[in-house]
Design a binder for this molecule. Structure first.
Ligand code: ARG
Ligand code: GLU
Length: 765
């Protein structure tokens, strides 16, 4: 008998490996050969890797493959469930409690009556939409006292995953190496269209095919999307956003980042548009909630929809991202945020209007700063170079792989060098036109309206009339949260950044002439432009729009803010976009080959695909970390920490009076642990944006917390996961229950949940 030795002196019978491979061989005949080989290698890797190794490497794994790839590792680390408990297409499983919330966040079912939990920052837009100065749910919180008080949210969706299918063969059918990228994607689109119509599904379901491993593998997701999702409860921002931007991405953390919704369905439990006749949705599975609390070392897993990671980049890409792109984006947002922050602090109305926009912009600004620091501290570029050297050695040691992959890294170097100025300009453009200067974003939208009107020729008026209601409703939303004084300052500052930061040859002449006319005085230019533009106030704009189509179009085209916007858009489209897309396509192709090369050349390494907004499982344990020499961060925080951070009247660290009273009276009910209320905890789960609102589960699949953030020192985990320092941040479910019950007086919501004590196996409910 042959034994393979692996780390920590575990031994393993090789015949088991061979048997499993045969099993795979028989059952995976349809998998295309390249991927078959890859899966095979992964199975071998499964047997030779250890749980510690897995935890070290991080990973966001595909639920339908857990059975083949991960279940042993997970169980070894403490999981008490089977792979079928986590993901099954025949029986209900944990998967059926996981929701893609509004397409961006994750949420989970916590009762059999459609009750759904997600983060406060995920429900923020909805909470804000229902808020006014008089009825300010952002400020005061909101608790529907009964089903009739739950609030409708047009456009908000909740999507479940029915099943996941490997469709690589079908998608890559007819794709050959000789094809260029256009031919390749045309063939793939054609295959996907055929697949979409052929896959078995119910009428209420949809199919989405997604690429994995940079286009080396494809999976189809059969989904079901519910459209009547109502707001049930949210704590005040003083709790739900406690610590705000100062504490964002930071541990130790004390944010009660949760909100609750309810999914409604038709009488037969199917998706339906909002209707009073709809009834609470009955999920196939909902999560029991653990009252036993978490301790350092406990097994945890996070089940959700991570958005995007780039774990397999070449070092040259990491370098460019860090030194060129992140630095520029950080600088642009620095400037914009400073202006908006000042205005928000001075005016309560502006604060409501800009709170959500500010938080969104500040969020990634701070993340990129942490990411850059983390990349530096973890020596990401140097490490990646070392990894590349090892990889190249393997590649070059074999004449076949040398031909296939020998030039990859030098090709990357060439492409990224050429890419740099386009990449930078592209980021400037999206930061300035799409994100930070609101009047430019409006110009962008009006510009496509104007263009389509003109393209329509004789049919222009018809087009105008058909689109006008949508423009009107967009504008209503736009002006509700618009303050032209704020935008004017951002406009002046960021246009200067644009002119000074973007390659001269990419800049629009019209803008340069204007800047010249105002002798580089951007403030003066902004004053003039804003004084004369109709775009910056609703009365003028709606007045303008009430005219005949041709005069509306003519007036928009003469508007000074619009003219600046359009000059930037046109220059970008002519001078940046084509080349940007061309090089980007080259890089994508290289990345696809590079990914395949890594998988092929490193048969002992287990690979997980980069996040792509599809359902994943990641696991780890509750664990502290050392952010710097001599400092250790414990993995749990308590209500006491909120009182330590409390700054009366502060807009980030104020604590509501009622919570202070409960704290003083120690009215903690069943939620206390040794006389204290737990608030947050961290773990080694590998998460990213999109995992917000994801359930943190214990070894039995009970809810123990809600993922909402990562620690700042570890935000580089999207590019370079390092288990020593990367931690995800979760709000303890006991804090959530405590706030609902003791602060919100909404115990009736807790009554519909299922509370359990897995550590003592006593059901409380
Ligand atoms: N950093 C978390 C995430 O990426 C939370 C963001 C919301 N909170 C905030 N203060 N902006 O989404
Ligand atoms: N807050 C993030 C989100 O909205 C999760 C934090 C992260 O990026 O890990 O998804």
């Amino acid at each position: 008998m042959i034994y393979i030795e692996y780390a920590q002196n575990h031994y393993l019978n090789l015949s088991v490996i061979i048997k499993s491979n045969l099993y795979l061989l028989q059952n995976q005949k349809k998998i295309n050969m390249r991927f078959f080989r890859f899966l095979l290698l992964n199975v071998v890797a499964l047997f030779i890797s250890t749980s510690t190794l897995t935890a070290q490497d991080g990973g966001m794994w595909i639920p339908s493959l857990v059975k083949q790839l991960n279940i042993d590792d997970m169980q070894e680390m403490g999981l008490e469930l089977t792979a079928d408990d986590l993901y099954s297409i025949n029986n209900s499983s944990v998967k059926d409690a996981i929701v893609h919330f509004g397409g961006g966040c994750t949420a989970e079912m916590i009762s059999n009556q459609g009750l759904m939990l997600t983060n406060h920052h995920c429900g923020y837009g909805e909470i804000q939409a229902h808020s006014t100065l008089e009825n300010n749910y952002l400020k005061d919180g909101f608790w529907a006292k009964n089903r009739d008080e739950e609030l409708e949210n047009p456009g908000l969706t909740a999507t479940f995953i029915i099943r996941i299918e490997d469709v690589t063969n079908a998608v890559l059918s007819g794709v050959i190496a000789e094809m260029n990228e256009d031919e390749r994607s045309a063939q793939i689109s054609k295959n996907i269209a055929t697949l979409n119509s052929g896959l078995e599904k119910e009428e209420s379901q949809d199919v989405k095919v997604k690429s994995f491993f940079d286009g080396n593998q494809y999976f189809a997701f059969i989904t079901e999307t519910y459209k009547d999702v109502r707001l049930v409860g949210a704590p005040p921002s003083m709790i739900g956003k406690f610590g705000s931007d100062t504490d964002n991405w930071v541990w130790p953390r004390h944010t009660g980042d949760f909100s609750m919704f309810r999914i409604y369905a038709s009488e037969d439990n199917k998706p339906a548009e909002y209707s009073e006749k709809n009834v609470p949705y009955q999920p196939k599975h909902f999560l029991p909630i653990s009252l036993d609390g978490v301790e350092e070392g406990d097994f945890t897993m996070v089940y959700g929809f991570p958005g995007r990671t780039q774990e397999y980049l070449p070092s040259v890409a990491i370098k460019q991202l860090k030194e060129v792109i992140n630095s520029a984006r950080i600088e642009i947002r620095n400037k914009a945020l400073k202006i908006v922050d000042k205005e928000m602090r001075a005016d309560e109305g502006i604060k409501i209007q800009y709170a959500s926009k500010y938080a969104r912009i500040a969020n990634y600004w701070k993340k990129w700063i942490g990411e850059n620091k983390g990349l530096e501290a973890s020596q990401a570029v140097v490490k990646r170079e070392k990894y590349e050297a090892e990889l190249m050695e393997k590649i070059n040691s074999d004449s076949v792989s040398k031909v296939k992959y020998g030039n990859l890294l030098s090709d990357f170097d060439k492409s990224y060098a050429e890419f740099e100025k386009y990449n930078l300009a592209n980021n400037f453009y999206s930061e300035i036109v799409y994100r930070n200067v609101e009047v430019l974003r409006l110009s962008y939208i009006l510009n496509s309206f104007v263009n389509k009107y003109e393209e329509a020729g004789d049919k222009g008026d018809e087009y105008f009339k058909s689109k006008k209601p949508r423009i009107d409703s967009y504008l209503k939303g736009f002006y509700k949260n618009y303050n032209s004084e704020v935008d004017k300052k951002v406009f002046a500052t960021l246009l200067q950044e644009y002119v000074e930061g973007v390659d001269k040859s990419f800049l629009p002449e019209y803008l340069l002439d204007e800047v010249d006319d105002y002798k580089n005085n951007y403030t003066k230019m902004a004053d003039k432009v804003f004084a004369k533009s109709a775009l910056i106030n609703d009365t003028d704009m709606f007045m303008l729009l009430s005219k005949s189509p041709s005069s509306v179009i003519a007036k928009i085209k003469k508007d000074p803010a619009y003219k600046i916007g359009v000059s930037i858009i046109n220059a970008y489209n002519a001078k940046v976009e084509p080349k940007y897309s061309e090089i980007n396509a080259e890089i994508k192709k290289l990345q696809r080959t590079y990914m395949a090369a890594q998988i092929e050349m490193m048969p002992n390494k287990k690979f997980y695909p980069d996040a792509n907004s599809t359902l994943r499982i990641t696991w780890g344990k509750v664990d502290g970390y050392e952010p710097k020499d001599g400092v250790y961060y414990y993995p749990k925080t308590y209500l006491d920490g909120i009182m330590e951070k409390y700054v009366p009247g502060d807009y980030e660290f104020n604590v509501p009076e009622k919570l202070r009273k409960i704290y003083d009276e120690k009215d903690f009910g069943i939620y206390a642990e040794n006389g204290k209320i737990p608030v947050g905890f961290i773990g080694t789960n590998h998460t990213t944006g999109g995992n917000s609102g994801s359930p943190a589960l214990d070894a039995h699949g009970n809810l123990i917390g809600l993922n909402f953030d990562r620690v700042w020192e570890g935000t580089m985990s999207d590019i370079n996961y390092d288990a020593n320092i990367c931690r995800n941040i979760m709000v303890d479910v006991k804090y959530i229950l405590f706030i609902i019950d003791k602060y919100g007086d909404a115990k009736y919501l807790i009554d519909e949940m299922k509370l359990v004590r897995p550590k003592t196996t006593l059901i409380v409910d």
